[in-house]
Structures are given as structure tokens and as C-alpha cells.
Ligand binder design. Structure first.
Ligand SMILES: [Zn+2]
Ligand SMILES: [Zn+2]
Length: 148
């Protein structure tokens, strides 16, 4: 049954197909939102996602978008991050993970390589036995340009 559903979904929906067992409906709407994530790139706000959906689903509400985002987040398919822009941004989780440096003065957002977190991961595990899940992280501060 699971295989059958997995075969029936188009490319890019494979991750979503892992969850038909939940007994939750695999709605057209949910597929369409997931498609926005797989085809789009970078950070999107709930408003961005609503705008991308509107040509196909003109009656969609922001509340519905948030409900779908919560579903995708619970299943660890997307990240929800505060990058200091007022509203949270959503992005498909990447492998390896990527992170950001957010300047509180000029608002610039730079990419931060995942390897920067290796020593933190290691010391958290070795020293306090905690294995962190750092899958999309925003570090706030002041950029080099603003500090000069
Ligand atoms: Zn990101
Ligand atoms: Zn700056």
C-alpha cells in the first residue's frame, strides 16, 4: 500500500510519501504546498507561499497555510526560522544543513557552513551527553562591514 502510493506521487513528493500511514489525507492542497518547497529555493514566508498557491487555490487562507506548515514541520520536512524579518521563514530542510549569520544592524543575511557547528555538536555530546539537532540556524550579531 505504501509502495503503491509512493509510486503514484510525482518526483519531488517522495519525502511526503513516507507518511501515508498516519491516516491523514494526502490532499491535493498539501501536495501543492510541498511542490512550492521542492521547486522554490531559499526562504519563504507564509505570505510568499500563499501567493505561490493562489493561482491554483484562490480560496486558500493564511490559517490553512499555517496549518499545513505545522504539519510539514512536525514531520521534519521543513524548517521554521526567525531571521529577524518580522515574520518567520520556511525552507525545505537540506542535507547537509545550512545556516545563516544575520546582522542586527544592516539586516544582511549570510550563509554559514554547517561545519562551523561540528565542535559545538561534539562538546555538547561529550560534555553533557546531549545530541543537538541543528538543522537550520540563524546566528544574530554584527557583520564585519557594520563593525568597521
Ligand atoms: Zn536558510
Ligand atoms: Zn551589517
Amino acid at each position: 500500500m505504501v509502495d503503491e502510493i509512493a509510486r503514484n506521487v510525482t518526483e519531488g513528493l517522495d519525502d511526503l510519501a513516507r507518511f501515508p500511514r498516519d491516516g491523514e489525507r494526502f490532499t491535493q492542497q498539501r501536495r501543492a504546498i510541498w511542490r512550492v518547497f521542492t521547486e522554490g529555493s531559499g526562504h519563504m514566508t507564509a505570505e510568499d507561499i500563499l501567493a505561490a498557491m493562489q493561482p491554483t487555490f484562490p480560496h486558500l487562507s493564511t490559517a490553512t497555510i499555517y496549518r499545513e506548515l505545522a504539519w510539514l514541520k512536525r514531520r521534519e520536512l521543513i524548517s521554521e526560522t526567525d531571521v529577524g524579518r518580522g515574520s518567520k521563514v520556511y525552507e525545505r530542510l537540506s542535507d547537509p544543513p545550512h545556516h545563516h549569520l544575520v546582522c542586527l544592524i544592516c539586516g544582511s543575511v549570510a550563509d554559514l557552513d554547517d561545519s562551523q557547528f561540528n565542535s559545538l555538536r561534539q562538546s555538547l555530546e561529550n560534555e553533557i551527553g546531549f545530541v543537538p539537532r541543528i538543522d537550520h540556524f540563524a546566528v544574530f550579531g554584527a557583520c564585519r562591514h557594520c563593525r568597521e
